[in-house]
Design a protein around this ligand. Structure first.
Ligand code: PMP
Length: 407
């Protein structure tokens, strides 16, 4: 399918909803993307006609469910260009993936005086688990600063990177500012000193092509629901050479080989990392979402979203008293802003009254808000199903709101 905005919008029936009597304008895709019919149909089909547990049964439905589940893993591996299918572990989402690696890998690796390095742009999900494991292991939790415009600062990063740094964990794309970090460069520097690198790709995977082999990261995580897929399913890519060195994170059924009172042996990866019944429908739905994205083409999606971002940026920059937070060159389709003399939640509530869904607050990045000395921002985040008409309406509405709140 080439890029056809009308056809694409028709895949998302929710866009025909009215909110407070107004047509819905959904500018909150960074929180979660809307779901196309093909994804929802695929999940329905699974539950209605294929429901069965995986890796267990000796019957047709179970074998079939196992096949679809493993096909989904292969589809994910292809999408991020993993070297092997077993490098893909299904988790509940990005947050679960970070907790997994920080506890199953970080906790075993880190010793007193070692360092874990993250950036000040991180989502709490890629901040707090590392802070916690540093406390647990007596290692140091270090944070490097970004530039005021939200862009990556190589010097600040290199100043914090040293021979004690054992793990570097960074966002590929910031959920608050849209900044795209040069992760390949970050990884290259980290590798030179022998540090392992975790990349939080939650906001990258829906908007640009990702090649984990080319990046040479050790871990890469993302959530299905931000990629037009279901909630409760996520991905953790673990580079092959680390899998045998890593202990399982959770114990239980499905991940064991032999269990005796004295000792238990585990299955090979990825199964040893997937205790219990996995989110089968989630994996199948995620595969359908990837198929949907592949049919349109991630590069076409990216191009369209960049056009929308440029258009929206121009609109808000023409409204006096609106100040954009985060203007890094090459950023993703996320616009964060504050309006002088107003609170972000008031702006979001008034926008909602006009049918426009945005997010307001700290966006799970409190350290970043502290840097800017603000309690939060209004965040409008875009996706391929948005239109310039919606942005015109957004601009007009925002002007009206500025007038109301300043009176
Ligand atoms: N990292 C980033 C950059 C995010 O945007 C989010 C979701 N807002 C997360 C991590 C956490 O993702 P999830 O809630 O799906 O686990």
């Amino acid at each position: 399918m080439s890029f056809n905005a009308d056809l694409i919008r028709r895949q998302f029936p929710i866009l025909e909803c009215k909110v407070h009597g107004k047509p819905l304008v959904y500018f909150d895709s960074a929180a979660t993307a809307l779901k196309p019919m093909t994804v929802v149909d695929r999940i329905n089909e699974h539950y209605l006609y294929e429901a069965s547990n995986v890796h267990r049964g000796l019957h047709f439905l179970s074998d079939q469910a196992t096949q679809y589940f493993e096909d989904s893993r292969a589809r994910v591996a292809g999408f991020i260009n993993a070297s092997a299918v077993n490098e893909v572990v299904f988790t509940a989402g990005t947050t679960a993936s970070v907790n997994f690696v920080s506890q199953a890998f970080g906790r075993a690796l880190l010793k007193k005086n070692d360092e874990v390095l993250v950036s000040e742009i991180e989502h709490h999900s890629n901040f707090v688990p590392w802070q916690k494991v540093a406390q647990q292991t007596g290692s140091k939790f270090e944070v490097f600063e970004i530039n005021k415009d939200g862009s990556f600062n190589l010097e600040n990063f290199l100043n914090k990177l040293n021979s004690n740094t054992k793990i570097v964990s960074v966002s590929h794309v910031s959920n608050t500012l849209g900044t795209v970090f040069p992760v390949k460069e970050i990884i290259k520097h980290a590798k030179k000193i022998g540090a392992f690198v975790f990349v939080d790709g939650a906001q990258a995977v829906p908007h640009q092509s990702v090649d984990v082999k080319d990046l040479d990261c050790d871990f890469y995580a993302f959530s299905g629901h931000k990629l037009y897929g279901p909630t409760g399913i996520g991905v953790l890519y673990i580079k092959s050479n680390l899998q045998d060195k890593m202990e399982p994170y959770q114990m239980g059924g499905g991940m064991v080989d032999k269990v005796e009172q004295a000792i238990t042996t585990y299955q090979d990866a990825p199964y040893k990392f997937e205790a219990g019944t996995p989110h089968i429908a989630g994996a199948v739905g995620l595969a359908a979402a990837i198929e949907f994205v592949n049919e349109i083409g991630i590069d076409s999606i990216s191009e369209k979203e960049q056009e929308l971002l440029v258009y929206a940026t121009k609109i808000i920059s023409e409204i006096p008293s609106v100040k954009q937070i985060g203007t890094a060159p090459g950023k993703g389709p996320i616009l964060s802003f504050v309006i002088e003399g107003t609170h972000p939640s008031d702006v979001a509530t008034l926008l909602d009254q006009e049918g426009i869904a945005v997010r307001a607050g700290h966006h799970c990045t409190q350290p970043l808000m502290k840097k800017y000395g603000i309690p939060g921002t209004v965040r409008a985040s875009f996706s391929m199903y948005n239109t310039t008409d919606e942005m015109d309406y957004f601009g007009k509405t925002l002007k009206k709101i500025v007038g109301i709140l300043k009176d």
